[in-house]
Design a protein around this ligand. Structure first.
Ligand code: GRF
Length: 200
């Protein structure tokens, strides 16, 4: 059973989807959520995590120097000793020290093909460029911005989508299912190395 920390900064819909899959879905008996962490004390996802019965932990990043925040975060993560760290809408960039402490053990979900679009606003990018489809990407986190090894990608059909809200709604529906599928693949990989998943 893998122990995971989920890190969020906002709404927490992916966190909740994972929590549901841990309780009764495809992640049952595969992993347990040690805690939900946020750098933002006002993140709506914290309330959702508490209501779900998950322990939460906050280190407010606002008002702290980046170095101070990251060093407190590293100390806390080490004290938790998780098998994996799962980023789910965590909006800060992790320090090199944290990434080096957990090599191939930090996973992120990105709402676009990381080869085509990095950073924020992946759905806005797809909508503004009138893409017929976009790709949700789950990847390991390295020291670059959305440059880590890809674990899996899943296509979202955007044909006939009539607004940015619709693009986001279709994308999130895929995210909520696909993230747990990729996590299952990683957590159950025999060699410790998850082979790339190419869901279409
Ligand atoms: C998702 O679109 C995810 O791909 C991106 O940030 C968003 C987080 O949404 N990294 P939520 O907080 O999980 O609802």
């Amino acid at each position: 059973m893998k122990k995971i920390i989920i890190m969020i900064s906002g709404r927490g819909s992916n966190m909740l989807a994972i929590a549901r899959n841990v309780q009764t879905g495809i992640l049952k008996n595969i992993c347990e959520i040690q805690a939900v962490f946020s750098n933002n004390p006002d993140a709506a996802g914290l309330q959702k995590a508490s209501e779900f019965g998950l322990p939460t932990y906050v280190i407010a990043s606002r008002g702290k120097k980046r170095k101070t925040y990251n060093s407190l975060l590293l100390d806390w993560l080490k004290s938790q000793n998780p098998d994996y760290i799962v980023l789910a809408g965590y909006m800060k960039i992790l320090s090199s020290e944290i990434i080096r402490e957990f090599p191939r053990r930090i996973v992120n979900i990105h709402p676009a093909d990381t080869a085509q679009h990095q950073g924020l606003h992946g759905y806005d990018w797809a909508w503004e460029n009138k893409l017929k489809e976009t790709k949700i990407t789950v990847h390991f986190v390295d020291e670059g911005l959305d440059t880590g090894e890809i674990i899996g990608q899943k296509t979202v059909d955007l044909k006939t989508a009539e607004s940015l809200e619709e693009v986001e709604e279709r994308g999130l529906k895929v995210e909520h299912q696909f993230y747990s599928e990729c996590l299952k693949k990683i957590f159950t990989a025999k060699s410790g190395k998850a082979q790339r998943l190419n869901y279409k």
